[in-house]
Write a protein that binds this ligand. Structure first.
Ligand code: BG6
Length: 509
């Protein structure tokens, strides 16, 4: 055997091996909510189905609703059967169900929290969880202070020798820089920063992680990944759904706070950051912090941003409501459902390269992508008619739904004349790999249980993201209602105008 050879099956550093969580339990606050039903429960089941949870894994739900234990189990069963990614298997479900408990009470109810503490202890004894517990706050931010204080009061927040305690926080992390700082302070008063896991589920997506692989595992792209070659970058997250049913969360929040502050700025950070020294969490976070510190909005905002609100009409052959008619939204709601902003990254690599970020509901189709648009060749030795239909070279990272990468470049049109036209070269996950991608929440919940923080933004990143967005939000707050746009369109006319002013145009994915 070669000296120094390490059996990869035995080598704990081999990142290809499946990682299985150690003894642990998960407590979910807000277990009756939509997120829990559609994402968290199915993800936990999928992890169990893939054999990645420990034998005695326990799940404790905490909610105000007075459920009998069986009813609670039934609710989870139904959610899992409907939304899980992997096939439903009764045997896996039964094993998981043995470790499910429910505690009911309100957040200011001391007795309920004492019961929760007792349940965590019982699970440690009966199921060997070791007392290791993650608390998932799938609740509105106003409830963070009372819940974290309760956890501290009944001793649940306190880690001890060989026993970990972690908290998982869902967005929104505040509504501006100041409130984000307050929220971070509240959480950090009870949980030390290295026990806080802030969820940005985009970081759990396969294709988002592929940005790192594409950039740093290849020689091809790095030399052209800068202002010498890149004209601009477009980051798009378009959805065809509206926001019916989510008024209590969305009203007063709007598209920029909901999506740009977190998902899109994280995509920008991964696209624009320098190569980290390693993929250790601290090294990765340090690079993201550095690039976000260098990112600022470009003004004047009347020309460089756009905001819109969808009206009622027809989409895909179906009649849909406008935001004003959706339940829970006031008739004069000024909440934007479309937002586009122009940012710059003030460093040597990106000087002068605009980053355009846009997101919206009820748009033409559901698509998320990062498009790096290159400058035109400095000289085209063809007749001008030969290149009339030639656009810019583009590298498009398709985050979803058709995950992959597209490269667009000019090619000769077959024939006896010289004509150059754009063609695309495609890599699709579906064709290239047989493995299917785990759901973002599967990966992130597993990472919480493993104590692996790489894919969770630190508080500095969250605060920097607000710092970038705040001036734009302040400007918008001085304006009247957002510009209306038709369902199924690509946003309000001002979005197109903002690009045209710079001689560019949005992609039509
Ligand atoms: C959430 C937003 O973070 O992301 C929602 O709050 C949005 O408004 C959702 O619909 C989109 O997630 P995905 O994974 O379907 O792109």
């Amino acid at each position: 055997m070669k000296e120094g050879w390490v059996n990869p099956l035995r080598d704990p550093r081999d990142k290809r091996l499946p990682r299985i969580a150690g003894p642990s339990s998960l407590v979910i606050f807000g277990i009756t909510g939509d997120l829990s039903r559609k994402k968290l429960m199915p993800a936990i089941y999928d992890l169990a189905n893939r054999g990645l949870l420990p034998a005695g894994f326990s799940l404790i739900g905490f909610a105000r609703r007075e459920w009998e234990h069986q009813d609670f189990g039934q609710q989870i069963h139904d959610a899992v059967a409907e939304y899980a990614r992997t096939p439903f298997r009764e045997s896996v479900w039964n094993r998981l169900a043995e470790g499910i408990r429910f505690v009911h009470g309100s957040f200011d109810d001391d007795e309920a929290f004492d019961e929760l503490a007792e349940t965590v202890r019982t699970m440690a004894e009966e199921r060997g969880t070791g007392g290791n517990t993650a608390f998932y706050l799938s609740i509105p931010p106003w409830a963070f202070p009372v819940v974290t204080k309760q956890l501290a009061r009944c001793g649940l927040a306190q880690a001890s020798e060989g026993v970990w305690r972690r908290v998982v926080v869902e967005k929104p992390f505040g509504h501006d820089l100041e409130s984000a700082r307050e929220l971070n302070a509240i959480v950090n008063e009870v949980f030390p920063e290295d026990s806080v896991f802030r969820i940005d589920h985009y970081l759990g997506k396969e294709t988002v992680q592929n940005i790192l692989a594409l950039r740093f595992a290849n020689q091809l792209f790095e030399p052209i990944w800068n202002a010498n070659y890149v004209d601009h970058v477009q980051i798009t997250m378009a959805e065809d759904i509206g926001i019916g049913g989510r008024a209590s969360y969305y009203e007063g929040i709007g598209a920029a706070r909901d999506v740009i502050q977190n998902h899109l700025l994280q995509l920008l950070a991964l696209t624009a950051m320098e190569e980290p020294g390693s993929f250790e969490p601290e090294a990765l976070r340090a690079e993201k912090v550095k690039v976000l510190s260098a990112t600022t909005p470009v003004g004047p905002f009347e020309e460089t941003t756009a905001r819109g609100q969808y009206v009622g009409g027809w989409q895909g052959g179906k009649r849909v409501l406008g935001l004003h008619q959706e339940q829970g939204f006031p008739k004069d709601s000024t909440t934007e459902t479309y937002a586009a902003v122009t940012l710059q990254v003030r460093n040597r690599r990106w000087a002068g390269v605009p980053f355009y970020l846009r997101t919206g509901k009820r748009l033409g189709r559901r698509v998320t992508e990062v498009a790096v648009i290159f400058k035109r060749a400095p000289h085209l030795p063809f007749d001008s008619t030969a290149t009339e239909e030639l656009g810019e070279n583009a590298l498009v990272i398709r985050v979803q739904p058709d995950e992959g990468v597209t490269l667009r470049f000019g090619s000769k049109v077959p024939g006896t004349t010289m004509e150059v036209r754009d063609v695309t070269m495609d890599f699709g996950y579906g064709h290239a790999f047989t493995e299917s991608s785990p759901e973002a929440y599967e990966r992130l919940i597993l990472d919480v249980l493993l104590g692996e923080p790489s894919l969770f933004p630190g508080n500095e990143e969250v605060e920097l993201s607000w710092q970038i967005l705040d001036p734009i939000l302040k400007h918008w707050a001085t304006l009247g209602p957002p510009e209306p746009y038709e369902p199924g369109s690509w946003g309000p006319p001002s979005a197109e105008a903002m690009m045209q002013r710079t001689g560019r145009h949005w992609r039509r994915p």
